[in-house]
Design a protein around this ligand. Structure first.
Ligand code: ATP
Ligand code: MG
Length: 411
């Protein structure tokens, strides 16, 4: 029997990972392979050297395939980079049978109408996610089918990205010998595997802090209302340490991983360790204060940039679900407690929900996007096959299945 396999490719600035999951008879996802290799040809979340990126992708894919003992099939690819932008759109259609029930076809037309936007030059639509429907002006409706009314309106979250950035990503994937069947925003993938339903409903921010980018998704009333990518990540902390202490990047990275935000300012501020000074024989002392004076401002700046962007979008309501941090950068020791104190909101590190199979291979916040990609790819693939089945059954366009599509896009 043909095995039903879902593959996710998360191409990050520092790490390229391929994750394979199998849908078994129990309809559960079983992780059957996961491999990460150091990234190449990537900068701040985008492909800058197709050939180098392709080689790294192929390397991760080969290792993952070998581990899984199964062919890789089509892959869902993560999208990142500061070219990603979002806005919320509304579209209105009149119900086909005025004064009667809203039908699936009306919902379909409303979603199609929402897609009709004038995007400048090189921009492409990546996601159109329904947030709510309004029937004759009454808002907050998740499923309008069966309601009576004349006017059906949809509010949708629209994610757009640079067409050439997407093309370069897909070119690298293709050159790696892989076939991409969907592109999914990295922050939405990370949110999928970590945010609870309550957090989505109450309002929460997901921030995936990677090496070169911070991918942000704000959720309100159960669905994303704002998504963006900042060109700043945890590698900036490393380079600040390297510059501030005049040490090599590798040494700075080691210090970051070891102390994070937790060296603790002790009374008297004892010497943490000594650094050999470049050139001269003398030693330089590194105190907890010195380390914190370098790390804190950078983390502060990152959180501040994020909040500024959220406010700029016009979002003023509170987000009691707080902040959920994923990505390797979320591992910075003490970050959750520090951020919670600085921002006065609940902050937690998001562990991807555990799946069956080799789930320990995708444990840790840096795997949140990969696990979410697998889950979203599965949801989309089931929708696609349901649509085919429904249209075959009805001889129509599979509108019922398409409708389920739109709702599942609500996450
Ligand atoms: N224990 C740790 N403490 C602090 N930082 C860490 C820790 N572990 C990993 N990191 C940092 O996390 C970053 C890598 O995270 P991740 O693997 O999520 O990035 P990426 O997906 O390759 O990059 P991006 O998403 O920005 O394109 C690196 O900057 C690394 O130094
Ligand atoms: Mg990443």
């Amino acid at each position: 029997m043909r095995r039903d396999i879902i593959t996710a490719l998360d191409a990050g600035s520092s790490r390229i990972s391929v994750t394979m999951a199998e849908i078994r008879a129990d309809r559960q996802l079983h992780i059957i392979g996961a491999a990460s290799v150091p990234a190449a040809g990537m900068k701040k979340g985008v492909v800058v050297d197709i050939e180098a990126a392709a080689q790294a992708m192929a390397g991760a894919a080969t290792r993952c395939q070998r581990m899984a003992g199964a062919p890789i099939g089509r892959v869902a690819v993560s999208l990142s980079g500061s070219h990603v932008a979002s806005f919320n759109n509304r579209a209105l259609v009149s119900v086909a049978r005025p004064g009667q029930e809203v039908g699936p076809d009306d919902v379909h037309r409303a979603m199609e109408a929402a897609r009709v936007v004038n995007l400048p030059g090189d921009r492409e639509l990546v996601h159109v996610l329904p947030r709510q429907f309004l029937v004759d002006g009454y808002d907050g409706i998740r499923d309008p089918v069966g309601m009576m009314g004349n006017r059906l309106e949809v509010e949708a979250h629209m994610v757009t990205a640079s067409g050439s950035a997407i093309q370069n990503l897909l070119k690298a994937v293709l050159r790696a010998g892989l076939e991409a069947d969907q592109v999914i925003l990295a922050s939405l993938a990370a949110a999928e595997s970590t945010l609870t339903q309550a957090e989505r409903e109450n309002g929460a921010v997901l921030a995936d802090i990677g090496a070169g980018t911070t991918d942000v998704a704000v959720f309100e009333d159960g669905s994303p209302s704002l998504t963006f990518v900042l060109p700043v990540g945890s590698d900036h902390i490393t380079s600040d340490l390297a510059m501030g202490l005049r040490i090599p990047l590798s040494e700075a990275e080691r210090l970051k991983l070891e102390y994070g935000l937790l060296p603790g300012r002790q009374p008297g501020d004892g010497v943490l360790f000594e650094l050999p000074s470049a050139g001269s024989g003398e030693h330089r002392e590194v105190t907890p204060s010195l380390l914190l004076d370098i790390v804190e401002p950078r983390v502060h700046e990152l959180l501040n940039l994020m909040l500024t962007e959220v406010r700029r979008s016009g979002l003023t309501r509170r987000l009691p679900g707080g902040l959920v941090l994923t990505g390797g950068g979320a591992r910075l020791a003490g970050l959750d407690v520090w951020a919670s104190r600085e921002m006065g909101i609940p902050v937690r590190v998001g562990e991807p929900e555990s799946l069956a199979g080799l789930s320990e291979a995708v444990q840790g916040p840096e795997h949140a996007a990969a696990v979410g990609l697998v889950r979203l790819a599965l949801a989309r693939r089931s929708r696609a096959s349901a649509a085919v089945a429904a249209s075959a059954e009805s001889g129509g366009f599979g509108l019922m299945a398409r409708l389920k599509d739109w709702f599942r896009e609500l996450f």
